[in-house]
Design a protein around this ligand. Structure first.
Ligand SMILES: C[S@@+](CC[C@H](N)C(=O)[O-])C[C@H]1O[C@@H](n2cnc3c(N)ncnc32)[C@H](O)[C@@H]1O
Length: 266
């Protein structure tokens, strides 16, 4: 299991809301390619992208490396399979489209994941891959929360630094993303940058987002409840009065699965 995703409650009480806003913005633009189709939600986490897919009439099936993330609020979720995005546990052409949101930066071999989504998506089906653009956030909440956590003994875990400093920049680079998509066999790849206003600006929500994020969530979850509450309060106070809209930059790859042996029907 991927380190850092053992705390679905923390994810669901903060980041989930942010990721749903991001997924909704991206999925809405491709809704006509997703409506009515069986859509693989790869790296589904606690279901933010699945909800966005259902909202446009897609029929998601979730795959994620973390059993804990998929098990969260199971009863309201689409069918799900625990599995690795670089060896997706589905047969060839199993789905009519794929959305892989915020998972490409988690794998050592992004090309392997792109090949897999091309394999399991029926020929001609839409493949959408979303990553952070790596241009930072305009919100100061991340810095505020990390400073407070460092004062309490938090050290950024090695796997998280590796992801942020080595894996994320590769998939945030539009040229490299295009090259990887083409050499993975995906057709007509196009990479665009989306600036998404999440609509989230309440200091409590912003702090929940950061406290539930990978890299810090496990540390925060291990704190006694009272210390957690104090930390939350201090972070909100440090942000100061007023609202700070959370606006994030995304890199979105839209392409099609290759080799038209038959047209999309899944
Ligand atoms: C940043 S979260 C995104 C979750 C979801 N797509 C969303 O937008 O809320 C990344 C997810 O990818 C999953 N993940 C990490 N490595 C993976 C892999 N190799 N294969 C499948 N899922 C993976 C994690 O367990 C986690 O749920």
């Amino acid at each position: 299991m991927k380190a850092g995703y053992e705390t679905p409650e923390a994810w669901s009480s903060g980041p989930d809301r942010v990721y749903e806003a991001l997924s909704t913005a991206v999925v809405a633009e491709c809704s006509s390619d997703l409506r009515g189709r069986r859509v693989l939600d790869l790296g589904a986490g606690t279901g933010a992208t699945s909800r966005a897919l259902r909202a446009v009439g897609g029929r998601p099936v979730a795959v994620d490396a973390s059993w804990e993330m998929l098990a969260h609020r199971r009863v309201d979720r689409p069918p799900a399979i625990v599995g690795d995005g670089c060896a997706v546990p589905l047969v060839d052409d199993a789905v009519g489209a794929t959305v892989a949101a915020f998972v490409l930066s988690h794998v050592e071999d992004p090309e392997a994941l792109l090949r897999e989504v091309g394999r399991v998506t029926a020929p001609g089906g839409t493949v959408i891959v979303v990553s952070f653009a790596g241009t930072g956030t305009r919100s100061t909440v991340g810095t505020v929360v990390e400073e407070l956590l460092r004062g309490r003994g938090w050290v950024s875990p090695a796997w998280f630094r590796h992801m942020k400093e080595e894996l994320e920049p590769v998939v945030a680079d539009p040229e490299r993303l295009l090259t990887m998509a083409s050499s993975s066999g995906l057709r007509t790849p196009v990479v665009t940058t989306h600036v998404v206003d999440t609509g989230i600006d309440d200091p409590d929500d912003l702090v929940d987002w950061r406290l539930g994020s990978p890299g810090v969530a496990s540390f925060v979850a291990a704190m006694p409840a009272r210390e957690r509450r104090d930390l939350h309060r201090e972070a909100v106070a440090a942000l100061g009065p007023g609202r700070q809209p959370l606006v994030l930059d995304l890199r979105v790859l839209v392409s099609r699965a290759a080799t038209a042996r038959r047209s999309v029907s899944a």
